[in-house]
Unconditional design. Structure first.
Length: 198
């Protein structure tokens, strides 16, 4: 019985490790679909929200920690094929998006916790992902404001114009897609299935 328990525990550990590594890899892959500056538009929020819903808080946060650690070690897993610890530690015009990367941890925790506690119905995941977006944007915008000391709001070059408004509609679309994947019963789930087939 002890041997069977140890084998089951080992299998569970390997399964969790594989899921965590897979979620980190998906985040890295989605980072390479990237355009724009000073904060690039990527598919990472989709990866984070979708995997957090499936994995729950602990494994989702572990996946993002792994992703950040691999990037900090110098592997080119961040947007535009970048890597290095300075991206996560130095707020300057060359590293304007580091706060968003730290925000990945908060977003994964929020969405994963909601999934753990309340399930994966789109009635749960949709508001959780919206709250997760706020948790992601707060450190992202604070970091961006330090990197590029422009006014917070207004016309022209401002923190919100660089780091929030350009992403609002795209993030909403990614949230709807991630929620539909987690719960195909979502009213817009048929559209996602149709796109997946074509």
């Amino acid at each position: 019985m002890l041997h069977g328990t140890l084998a089951a525990s080992r299998d569970n550990l390997l399964t969790n490790a594989g899921l965590i590594a897979g979620a980190a890899t998906l985040t890295a892959a989605c980072a390479q679909v990237s355009f724009g500056t000073p904060v690039p538009t990527t598919l990472q929020t989709f990866a984070i929200f979708a995997t957090a819903t499936v994995l729950g808080a602990r494994r989702a946060v572990a996946a993002q920690l792994l992703y950040l650690a691999v990037g900090a070690a110098g592997l080119p897993v961040f947007a535009d094929g970048k890597g290095g610890a300075d991206i996560l530690t130095t707020a300057n015009p060359l590293h304007a998006s580091g706060g968003y990367l730290w925000g990945f941890l908060l977003a994964a925790a929020v969405v994963g916790y909601a999934s753990d506690r309340f399930g994966t119905s789109y009635w749960v995941t949709l508001p959780a992902m919206l709250v997760g977006s706020v948790a992601l944007y707060v450190p992202g915008l604070v970091w961006l404001h330090q990197a590029l000391p422009t006014p917070w709001t207004g016309s022209g070059g401002t923190t919100f114009n660089y780091g929030l408004w350009p992403f609002a509609l795209g993030d909403l679309a990614k949230i709807l897609a991630a929620a539909a994947i987690a719960d195909p019963r979502a009213p817009w789930g048929r559209l996602v299935d149709r796109l997946r087939v074509t």
